[in-house]
Design a protein. Structure first.
Length: 128
């Protein structure tokens, strides 16, 4: 919980700093344009990736398998879309890393390790 509060204070301050720095280089109207462009393009990519992941999950369930990999992909895409929806270049960078399939793997390993840790500690209970 402490990390969340700290992140909610530090990340916006960093974003404002990047806005001011980049605005001094290319101008404030270009910054507004880039923020809107990255948001629109990012949400379009997230929507496409989400639909593909949903289709893969349905196919996996139809074949009688648990869509574990697709669930983790869905978590990454959802978090990435939230980051892309918030204005800022730092959050957009993290959002694109989470949404694009080629750069999602390191995050998937972290999420998988987090879930396994919670399962082993008894925080999450899984029953068949």
């Amino acid at each position: 919980m402490r990390w969340l509060i700290l992140a909610l204070l530090i990340i916006p301050a960093m974003e404002i700093g990047v806005f001011i720095w980049a605005g001094g280089i290319i101008g404030p109207w270009w910054i507004v344009f880039l923020i809107m462009l990255t948001g629109i393009v990012g949400i379009m990519i997230a929507k496409k990736q989400g639909a593909e992941t949903w289709n893969r999950a349905q196919l996996s369930m139809n074949n009688g398998h648990v869509p574990a990999e697709e669930i983790i992909d869905g978590i990454c895409i959802f978090v990435g879309a939230v980051f892309l929806f918030t204005p800022g270049f730092i959050t957009d960078t993290v959002g694109f890393l989470l949404v694009l399939p080629g750069t999602r793997n390191p995050f998937k390993h972290l999420i998988r390790a987090f879930i396994k840790n919670r399962l082993n500690n008894g925080t999450i209970i899984y029953r068949k």
